[in-house]
Design a protein around this ligand. Structure first.
Ligand SMILES: Nc1ncnc2c1ncn2[C@@H]1O[C@H](COP(=O)(O)OP(=O)(O)O)[C@@H](O)[C@H]1O
Ligand SMILES: N[C@@H](CCOP(=O)(O)O)C(=O)O
Length: 305
């Protein structure tokens, strides 16, 4: 009999920006990337759900590349593993699937190399890899995180929202984050930056005191990215109008899109989803939980003959 340590890693999805919190504000959502890991002679990633059916199955998988990067950074060797992968996070839809994969890779190295990384260290490593903390920080901590990342340091402030429901409209087409970033301007006027950051500052203040009416108004006044990206997502203006008529607080592009996200009064998420769905038959329209736990690990000892 061989006693073999298996473990499970669960990583939530995330929505970034909430409108004007571009590259800085994000929230963890209740869709999950789940890994079941066991030691093996060589690396393999075994996809078990449709969303991850096409991910690379060997050491060309992003989760391995990140795990190897972390092991090298700490100058330790990375034991090989067989990894079963389940996910219900759709890829390239603005729900942070790549951030979840980065955090999964960091957690793989953390567990396999016994690094005992703190959440702060995971967020720092992930922000250096992703270039911004808005998806990776809530993916690690759960809830809403307001972050600021520079080459020198990554700052985060966590908020645990209670009194709001979230609805996502997920179109049936992909939009790669890199492509959506390429549509952004390389320059921003001083006046434009002052105005846009004031909107973002009020968003953050309102999030802290859960003033959802003001959060919703600020969500709809972004000038950092949505004006340049809405051309790719015709659903945004339609959902914004419908949700406003319904009485939702506000609507924004989720991350780089194409998913559109609405915030609505607690208890009315299902009702809003039902109101939006009939006119959006090419989209998945869902009321979704806010994840408040962030990445988690469960160990289990299995007996193998
Ligand atoms: N679990 C995963 N394993 C390997 N690669 C992944 C995984 N999840 C996402 N990816 C990679 O990330 C890409 C999507 O990233 P991106 O364009 O940033 O969109 P988003 O993060 O909004 O889903 C996918 O096309 C795939 O290459
Ligand atoms: N701040 C980033 C967030 C990208 O999120 P994703 O889920 O679309 O990868 C951006 O807006 O580019």
């Amino acid at each position: 009999m061989l006693a073999m340590e298996r473990f499970h890693i669960t990583v939530p999805a995330s929505t970034a920006n909430l409108g004007p919190g571009f590259d800085s504000v994000g929230m963890a959502l209740g869709k999950y990337l789940e890994l079941t890991v066991e030691p093996a002679e060589r690396w393999s990633f075994v996809p078990l759900t449709q969303e991850v059916a096409l991910i690379p199955q060997g050491t060309d998988n992003m989760m391995y590349e990140v795990a190897k990067h972390v092991a090298d950074k700490f100058d330790v060797s990375l034991p090989s593993a067989r990894v079963e992968v389940k996910s219900n996070i759709p890829l390239a839809r603005g729900l942070g699937s790549s951030a979840s994969a980065i955090i999964a890779g960091i957690e793989l190295a953390n567990q396999l190399c016994e690094l005992t990384l703190s959440n702060e260290e995971k967020i720092r490593i992930a922000s250096l890899l992703e270039g911004h903390p808005d998806n990776v920080a809530p993916t690690v901590n759960g809830g809403i995180v307001v972050g600021c990342h520079t080459e020198a340091k990554t700052y985060t402030v966590s908020i645990v929202p209670k009194d709001v429901d979230v609805v996502v409209v997920i179109p049936n087409y992909e939009l790669k984050t890199d492509d959506a970033r390429n549509a952004l301007p390389s320059q921003f006027s001083f006046k434009g930056a002052v105005e846009a950051s004031a909107v973002s500052n009020v968003l953050t203040g309102a999030l802290l005191i859960e003033d959802w009416k003001t959060v919703g108004e600020m969500m709809e006044q972004d000038s950092f990215h949505e004006p340049y990206r809405e051309q790719f997502v015709p659903e945004l203006s339609f959902v914004r109008r419908k949700a406003k008529d319904f009485g939702a607080f506000g609507t924004a592009l989720s991350g780089a899109g194409p998913t559109v996200l609405c915030l609505v009064e607690k208890g009315r998420g299902e009702e809003l989803a039902a109101a939006l769905a009939p006119s959006l038959t090419h989209c998945l329209v869902e009321s979704i939980q806010i994840d408040v736990n962030g990445v988690s690990v469960e160990t289990a000892t299995n007996e193998h003959a």
